[in-house]
Design a protein around this ligand. Structure first.
Ligand code: NAG
Ligand code: NAG
Ligand code: NAG
Ligand code: NAG
Ligand code: NAG
Ligand code: FE2
Length: 606
């Protein structure tokens, strides 16, 4: 007992102030009852019966994980060291099981499609892309099919605009009163589209003007592996003053003749402009996903690997959320961003542009607290001064918020069950070290400061962490690409000189050829994980795992059942979405089900 007391005091953080110190001493002196942990259960460091062993184990792990350079652009460090390398290898081996499964499925599907294309004598029309590539296809790799309406209603303006509020929700922002207008548009044209005398300025004044600005992409290098032509589109959207629908207003290409297209152009010209935009937006979504899901969580988790014991309840939780996590960036380096890899072959910009994107976006979009759902929406001006959403329908927000809220309820129980008081939080020297490590060596941006540590902060941190591995990841990657990155509308790149003037008559030259289309289709499908629900690996099943659940206390186990119920309910809600009599669902001509908790994984699976 005497040795234990000395060790606890040694490894506790005396700078943390009196309460913890006193309480700890009091507990060890026998005047208070430490929690009654079952033998294998996770426990707080100040109540660990073997503080010396525990501290030694933390030190061993800290020495075994070092911070290596970032992978894929300059963002979060990647683990190095003996344990770091072993972890990365083990994660890669785990991921390889999924890869083998998915490769087999994709290959089977692509063979069937290739035969259908051959039988048809090629992909000769827009309709061919829709039917031959998707109708009853991809049954192995994407058995639930693409989102209803996503292909049949692809050319509708409302599909294009509502994708900003559902399938591709991370790039849109309101044009601020403080910035120069991103690009000009004649009042006469604006008025005609809106159907009222109006201007960009008047739309802006009524908080109704929005932009997705991908003009920064113009500086990225194009690939020389397969000839493609760069675009770097920016697009205005607006809230209609009468219907309150969210609609597209104009698209500027920002390259070559720098044409600005609007819905007043010929149907072909306008459709082509939207397709150009889609190429930039898919590039954005895939690169952004690395920042907001992988880089953010890996940085925070590495800080934990250096500071939290594997017996710490928070660590047990983080480990569950981070299964396979260190496979993703090595896989990305190996298959996506290698020379001549998927990016060089398929996407609008090459792997060097992809790396540049990460390096450019990490300082802003890698911010931890900045990524909290409401903080992010506020920064982008999508809420009003009272925090109310500006749109009459915001499908992404509805589901993202439901998942976030359920996690918050769960983590509130979790934190309350482990820490009986704020003093016990302050007495947790491992958590204190974690916060210090995160902000310094692990290079987490915008993590709460150590002097902000309290129950509320811990709940928010864990909630956002779990949000990042579920919502952030699977709104961009996972099943999202095969669901919404559908041809012929969502082209990954442009395969034909950009028009110098309007009046395009034939869109076919802008579509990927058969080889590229099949490659792209297979690539998009490869992120999907159709067998996860059978394997107990979906979001609603996060606590099905006995190994980690058994290590938690009774309150946490109880809370996990409510989390399952909540997620199962949300899934049923998602699965019951149908078209109304106007062919609409949540204000969109397609059905949004990208965040179905009984389908998406709870972790960054790929
Ligand atoms: C990983 O750590 C080893 C040993 O410290 C070092 O030699 C090596 O350069 C590191 N690797 C990277 C990529 O930093
Ligand atoms: C872009 O390409 C040029 C010419 O090949 C090369 O010198 C430059 O380093 C590339 N830029 C980046 C960011 O990779
Ligand atoms: C179990 O969780 C529910 C919902 O959070 C709560 O109302 C109930 O009190 C909890 N029961 C126990 C024993 O913790
Ligand atoms: C889930 O839905 C059922 C039936 O609608 C309801 O009784 C139950 O309270 C819901 N559970 C949660 C956790 O929301
Ligand atoms: C969208 O597509 C679905 C399925 O093809 C159809 O039932 C619905 O009417 C379409 N909606 C609109 C607005 O065209
Ligand atoms: Fe990913």
């Amino acid at each position: 007992m005497k040795l234990a007391l000395v060790a606890t005091l040694l490894f506790s953080n005396s700078a943390l102030g009196a309460p913890a110190h006193n309480e700890q001493t009091a507990l060890l002196a026998g005047s208070g009852a430490p929690p009654n942990y079952e033998p294998d259960q996770a426990r707080l460091p100040q109540f660990d019966a073997n503080p010396q062993d525990r501290a030694n184990a933390v030190a061993v792990r800290k020495a075994g994980f070092t911070y290596g350079p970032s992978l894929v652009g300059e963002a979060a460090p990647f683990p190095n060291g003996t344990l770091g390398n072993a972890r990365a290898k083990a994660d890669y081996d785990d991921w390889s099981i999924d890869r083998k499964d998915m490769d087999g499925r994709v290959l089977a599907d692509i063979q069937i499609i290739a035969q259908a294309i051959q039988k048809n004598g090629g992909l000769k029309s827009w309709k061919d892309y829709e039917t031959i590539l998707y109708d009853g296809q991809l049954q192995h790799s994407n058995p639930r099919g693409t989102a209803p309406g996503m292909i049949s209603n692809a050319t509708q303006d409302l599909l294009f605009s509502m994708e900003r509020l559902s399938e591709h929700p991370h790039a849109v922002r309101r044009v601020s009163p403080l910035e120069p207008l991103p690009f000009p548009l004649d009042d006469a044209i604006t008025s005609k589209i809106v159907g009222h005398k109006t201007s960009l300025e008047s739309l802006r004044k009524s908080d109704s003007l929005f932009i997705v600005d991908h003009s920064y992409q113009a500086k990225y290098n194009v690939s020389t592996v397969v000839k493609r032509y760069p675009v770097a589109c920016s697009a205005y959207f607006f809230i209609h003053p009468d219907t309150h629908d969210f609609l597209p207003l104009a698209i500027r290409t920002n390259v070559e003749s720098d044409l600005t297209y609007t819905p007043l152009d010929t149907p072909n010209d306008w459709l082509l402009a939207k397709m150009f935009f889609n190429a930039n937006d898919m590039f954005f979504a895939q690169m952004f996903h690395l920042v907001i899901a992988h880089d953010v969580t890996e940085a925070v988790h590495q800080a934990a690997l250096h500071t939290l014991s594997e017996n710490h309840p928070i660590m047990v939780m983080l480990e569950r959320l981070m299964i396979q996590a260190y496979s993703s960036r090595p896989v990305a380096e190996e298959l996506c961003f290698n020379h001549g890899g998927h990016w060089d072959q398929l996407m609008v910009f090459s792997q060097s542009g992809a790396r540049q994107f990460i390096t450019d976006h990490w300082p802003k979009d890698g911010k931890f607290q900045g990524g909290y759902l409401e903080n992010d929406l506020k920064t982008r001006g999508l809420t009003d001064e009272n925090g109310k959403i500006l749109f009459k329908s915001f499908p992404f927000f509805d589901d993202a918020k439901a998942i976030r809220d359920s996690y918050k309820v769960f983590f509130t129980s979790f934190i309350d069950s482990y820490y009986k008081s704020e003093e016990e939080v302050w007495g947790d020297f491992e958590v204190s070290n974690w916060f210090i490590e995160a902000a310094t060596k692990a290079k987490v941006l915008d993590f709460p400061r150590r002097d902000q540590i309290c129950k509320k902060t811990l709940i928010e941190v864990l909630t956002h962490f779990a949000f990042a591995t579920s919502v952030s990841h699977h709104s961009t990657n996972g099943a999202a690409p095969i669901t919404s990155g559908t041809l012929p509308f969502h082209i990954p790149a442009v395969y034909q000189q950009i028009p110098k003037e309007k009046g395009v008559t034939d869109l076919m030259p802008y579509l990927p050829d058969v080889t590229t289309a099949l490659h792209y289709l297979g690539f998009m499908a490869s992120f999907n994980r159709p067998s996860y629900s059978d394997q107990g690996r979906t979001l609603e099943q996060i606590f099905d795992d006995k190994v980690s659940l058994d290590r938690f206390n009774a309150q946490t186990k109880n809370a996990s059942q409510f989390f399952y119920q909540d997620m199962h309910n949300l899934s049923q809600q998602v699965r019951s979405r149908k078209f109304d009599s106007h062919g609409m669902s949540q204000g969109s001509p397609f059905i949004y089900r990208t965040l179905d908790p009984a389908y998406i994984p709870f972790f960054c699976a790929v």
